[in-house]
Design a protein around this ligand. Structure first.
Ligand SMILES: [Zn+2]
Length: 240
């Protein structure tokens, strides 16, 4: 159930049966020359549609947060880069408000790597306030499944481009899809690093992307996501 579509009365009634909120978080950011600036929000949105279809009666989907943090790609046209601290504090306060109404379990569905440090801090701070919080970074958490379908991954790379193509092929200009295998030797940041490691705001091989691969990625991740939802419902987040 989408929170935005509920009335005050239907929300109150829903709270008698549901205590899990799902919060999609994305980014507006350059994704190569071929993918849209909203890539990292469009993909979580699609996952939310699939989650609503499969388990809408078990969750309340909170309105998305489209702005995130991206230092290294901020020089590229269209990137809207918020400080990590701003994003973390915003997510934390949204989480607290959801808890105030009894939604004390939270699944944060993240579409963007640069958001991870902020979301980790928010997750821990919300847990300290009594919430149970799961952060899903889909391209990382489900990398083994994705790599059964794609040869590689990347920012605007084969997997991400495929998942956008599966939403709407008109969103991607495959004639501009590129290949970039540059990276930093270890975790590093320096002024102007994007010119050396991200010359056109993309990593990986986008030329290998296809709509079929994208559809296969959604199809293989959804059962895993539903499994996680059940674990969150039952309080079984520890595993061997
Ligand atoms: Zn992305």
């Amino acid at each position: 159930m989408y929170l935005m579509n509920l009335s005050m009365d239907s929300f109150r009634e829903k709270l008698t049966k549901v205590n899990i909120a799902v919060l999609p978080v994305g980014m507006i950011e350059a994704h190569g020359r071929h993918c849209p600036l909203g890539t990292d929000m469009l993909i979580p949105r699609r996952f939310m549609e699939l989650l609503e279809e499969a388990a809408g009666d078990r969750i309340i989907i909170a309105p998305e947060i489209p702005y995130g943090h991206s230092w290294s790609l901020s020089p590229f046209p269209g990137t809207l880069n918020l400080p990590s601290q701003v994003l973390g504090a915003y997510v934390y306060h949204v989480g607290l408000e959801l808890k105030r109404w009894g939604l004390d379990k939270l699944m944060i569905f993240n579409g963007h790597g640069g958001n991870i440090p902020a979301l980790r801090v928010a997750m821990e701070d919300l847990a300290a306030k009594g919430m149970t919080v799961v952060v899903i970074n889909w391209w990382q958490d489900f990398a083994p499944e994705i790599l059964e379908i794609c040869q590689g991954q990347g920012h605007g790379g084969e997997d991400e481009t495929s998942t956008v193509l599966a939403i709407d092929e008109d969103l991607v200009d495959m004639s501009k899809a590129g290949v970039n295998n540059l990276r930093t030797v270890v975790t590093a940041a320096w002024p102007g690093m994007e010119k050396e490691t991200l010359p056109f705001a993309q990593t990986g091989d986008a030329t290998q992307a296809s709509r079929e691969k994208g559809e296969a990625i959604y199809a293989c991740i959804m059962p895993r996501l539903l499994e996680l939802l059940t674990r969150l419902e039952q309080g079984q987040l520890a595993t061997k």
